[in-house]
Ligand binder design. Structure first.
Ligand code: GLU
Length: 290
């Protein structure tokens, strides 16, 4: 929320996009804080989107904690699952028809092929690939399969055929010029899973476009995912937002903060009496930005 401002909001639209798969920690808070600051500085609109695509990992208790912890830390938003807005619903599990129609558009455009390989990356495709989790480059086993070769009895997922050898370049607001080589830095990625769910890459692209996000602020471990998403924007004929990837917060051993760092969850910090202002002051000194 552009706090205290009475001027009408600018065209800037940013988002916080947590997944209720665990407790939010200080690393999330720092990235989200940058997103909130960006929206405030530009007198823009901030959106909260509940990224609950993964039915096996998302839990109602984490969703509840997500709202509480965000509010406690000092976040507020203009549009979201709790307050609605013009581009709702703001919960991914309720947006299935939108993902399906983007999938149909990509299929009709000849960008996808059916893949019957059973691989970990297909299973993992629902969640954003954070540090150390990026999918291996797909060897292309099913690349020449035509969409008409699959029947309802042959379960398959659908992959985006990346233009091997093309450089996907963009200017990141924090890291400067970025360039990734399709087919080497990342390969044909999953767009639609065989269980009927869209992948993270498709869902986040559809939502950022549909919610008119003008700048995506998120962690630096998703830089490579941005290259994939830019291919989706291009294939769908949509204008891509600007990107700002924040340095990751690491622990004293240089390991990225993750759900396993329980002591640094906002919940535990709050229970131990920490004050959000002190945490914000401290994260520049107590942790290293990797
Ligand atoms: N829900 C994703 C996550 O929590 C968001 C990734 C993104 O901002 O694109 O990792």
């Amino acid at each position: 929320m552009p706090s205290g401002s009475t001027a009408s909001p600018s065209l800037y639209r940013g988002r916080l996009a947590p997944s209720p798969t665990g407790l939010l920690h200080l690393g999330h808070a720092r990235t989200f804080w940058t997103a909130q600051e960006q929206a405030r500085q530009q007198n823009g609109t901030l959106i909260l989107r509940n990224e609950d695509l993964d039915p096996h990992r998302c839990r109602p208790m984490f969703l509840e904690a997500m709202f509480e912890d965000l509010r406690w830390f000092g976040f507020s938003w203009n549009e979201g699952p709790d307050c609605g807005g013009p581009y709702g619903p703001y919960t991914q599990s309720a947006r299935q028809p939108r993902y399906r129609s983007a999938f149909e558009q990509l299929l009709a455009g000849g960008f996808l092929y059916p893949c019957t390989c059973s691989r970990q990356d297909v299973l993992r495709a629902l969640t954003a690939p954070h540090a150390g989790e990026d999918e291996p480059v797909y060897p292309g086993t099913c690349r020449l399969k035509s969409p008409s070769s699959v029947t309802t009895t042959s379960p398959c997922c659908w992959r985006f055929r990346v233009p091997d050898g093309s450089q996907i370049s963009f200017i990141d607001a924090h890291h400067g010029p970025q360039s990734f080589l399709a087919g080497a830095d990342f390969g044909d990625f999953v767009v639609w899973r065989q269980d009927g769910l869209p992948s993270y890459q498709l869902a986040v692209t559809v939502d950022d476009a549909a919610m008119r996000i003008t700048e995506v602020v998120r962690g630096a471990d998703l830089l490579r995912s941005t290259a994939r998403q830019l291919l989706l924007y291009q294939a769908l004929g949509w204008q891509a937002p600007a990107f700002h990837h924040c340095p990751l917060l690491t622990d004293e051993r240089g390991v990225r903060l993750a759900k396993r760092h329980d002591a640094l969850s906002l919940r535990q910090l709050r229970e131990s009496g920490a004050a959000p202002e002190d945490l914000r002051r401290g994260w520049t000194t107590a942790f290293r930005a990797g």
